[in-house]
Write a new protein. Structure first.
Length: 210
């Protein structure tokens, strides 16, 4: 018999015993739902910040349920859809690395700092932001990953070109990398402030989305 305290289980709620503590992945799923609701106008920025804070501090499924009950979220795996449309969590799960992510104004500023910070602390700035944003903002995390990938590419490409400088061609590669390093982070910062899903034009990325 179903526990009356849990009339409709959601993907972040324990599947067996309600007393089992939540995982980071379950908290993240709620935060993503809240960000999607913010992008659709269901929540304002103050409500998003308040509910995100509560989601991060939640320990059990019952702590998360009130955060999304008024957003029309259907349980994962259910064929029923809310009147508002498809489940935001389902859409988020299917999003690829090139798909846009919703973001608040604060997240855009933080992402821009992650790009621009490379002028002062190359590699370190996006690395710290990438590690810190894992549970806070998917948008900031993706932008920090892009910035970190670009810096690593510049570092590896620059070192390889210097070592092969006797071939002459790598000299032009070094010049191209230097120009890209000087210009692209500034462009990325502006793009992030506009909420764009910025992608550096690098042929290889050391870090990739799951």
């Amino acid at each position: 018999m179903q526990d009356p305290q849990y009339p409709a289980r959601r993907p972040w709620e324990p599947q067996a015993q309600p007393q089992i503590r939540l995982t980071d992945a379950q908290r993240d799923s709620v935060i993503q739902v809240l960000q999607e609701a913010f992008s659709q106008g269901q929540l304002d920025e103050e409500e998003l910040d308040e509910r995100t804070g509560k989601a991060m501090q939640a320990k059990f499924g019952a702590d998360l349920a009130p955060l999304t009950e008024d957003l029309g979220v259907a349980p994962q795996g259910s064929s029923a859809r809310s009147a508002a449309g498809p489940s935001p969590r389902t859409e988020r799960k299917e999003a690829g690395p090139k798909d846009p992510l919703p973001s608040s104004s604060a997240e855009r500023v933080v992402a821009a700092i992650g790009h621009g910070g490379n002028y002062f602390f190359p590699i370190v700035a996006p690395l710290v932001l990438f590690l810190a944003s894992d549970r806070i903002s998917p948008y900031v995390r993706r932008q920090a990953m892009e910035s970190l990938n670009f810096q690593l590419f510049c570092l590896v490409g620059g070192i390889a070109s210097v070592l092969l400088a006797w071939l002459i061609l790598p000299i032009f590669v070094v010049i191209a990398i230097a120009l890209g390093w000087a210009v692209l982070p500034a462009i990325a910062s502006v793009a992030s402030l506009m909420g764009s899903n910025w992608r550096y034009p690098t042929p290889y990325r050391f870090l990739k989305d799951d």
